[in-house]
Design a protein around this ligand. Sequence first.
Ligand SMILES: Nc1ncnc2c1ncn2[C@@H]1O[C@H](COP(=O)(O)OP(=O)(O)OP(=O)(O)O)[C@@H](O)[C@H]1O
Length: 476
Amino acid sequence: MNNNHFQIWENCLSVIKDNVSPISYSTWFQPIVPLKLENEILTLQVPSHFFYEYLEEKYIDLLRKTLRKELGASAKLEYNVVMENNHMKDVKPLSVVVPGNNPANTKNRPVKNPFSQEEPSIKNPFVIPGIKKLQIDSQLNPDYTFANFIEGDCNRLARSAGWAVSENPGGTAFNPLVLYGDSGLGKTHLAQSIGLKAKELHPEKTVLYVSSQKFQTQFTEAIRNNNKNDFLHFYQMIDILIIDDIQELAGKEKTQNTFFHIFNHLHQSGKQLILTSDKAPIELKGMENRLLSRFKWGLSADLQNPDYETRVRILQQKAYKDGIILENDVIEYIATHVINNVRELEGALISLLAQSTLNKKELNLELAVEIIDKLVKNTKREISIDYIQKIVCDHFNMPVDLLQAKTRKREIVQARQIAMYFSKSMTKASLSTIGSQIGKKDHATVLHACKTVNNLIDTDRAFKTQIDEINKKLKM
Ligand SMILES: Nc1ncnc2c1ncn2[C@@H]1O[C@H](COP(=O)(O)OP(=O)(O)OP(=O)(O)O)[C@@H](O)[C@H]1O
């Protein structure tokens, strides 16, 4: 057997050693095993894709020069990614598609495990240009586009920040971009719009959408199969990482720790992170402080309940997309009565369509009143911030609009604080949503109000009695 490849690589190493730091040498070059030399092609075995990518990014010039010095101008380099651990075959962090296939038909293509031993040799891009990037199925829903996302006061900031991020991923101050708000208000839709748009504008970038639940399951599997490093490396290869419902990582310390490393790596390499959460970062419980502080590095933008006009426009757009014509009075009736979130709005429209088709009834206001009234009655009444304001003001015998007044009168300030306190404990609304609805205050004012009310409950018996009474009225 010809052992020339060992000698050639040995010679290369002695040059490389003089050109990189000792730590880089031992990290990135010592683990490489020369496999063969054929027709001036030296094949090197590297331990992972990440390793290969790193060599390509940082040391390609050095490798090229050194190899040409040894083998002449026609020298070529091939990599072979061989994992040492056989269990790796079972790990499927996500579907990875071999490049070169038709991107229009991702779903039907054979998928390959990115860490499998069966992975073909990866040729160096200076030998075969264009083969470097693996294509990853981004897991994006093609319907969740910006075009299908109706803009309103409730989502304007989040939408424009998202648009800016999709145009210049990793290059704006919005990194990470945290989208937060109550359920059904469009966080997933908007986060995916950013991913879709970024892919369209920057086809060379790798975009990945993953729910926190899936991330957690993959992580647990990776630990079970002793593949944590591959899991880590896989995520560190992504250019635009979208993680949905980040609050679900609460209390999962090990997953958070791994996510912390992924976050740092991506952020430091100028990659974009987009996170969604049902709460503002400041309110997330069960999350490591070092993660929370990183979430605050970029922009946190909230999605609020759509106002009446936005609800009307969303209904018009959904009806148009479904190819149905709805009279204005029907749209207005739905928009007036279904007010909690966009998902319920969609549900109402679907019920109406189903009833009209199945029972062959005309889709008119009469049918809308019948269906929507049933729906609204069946929906468990959620205590709203408006309702809390009304009960608190009734209790103190003051008109509700006084809570919105710019006054520091003690009774009004206290009623406002109590309304904020109950909104915090009885609704899922974020601090900033509560603040914006009660007196147009910011989240810090709401936080302060909650602390004040809690202190008074502990120290002032008469005050506590009032709070107990309001609490009873609210639950009646
Ligand atoms: N502004 C909008 N324009 C059009 N459709 C919207 C808008 N906001 C939300 N939707 C639609 O409402 C539905 C629910 O949205 P989505 O799943 O994104 O909400 P979410 O905030 O992620 O909810 P959850 O926290 O429960 O996951 C989706 O079908 C989405 O397309």
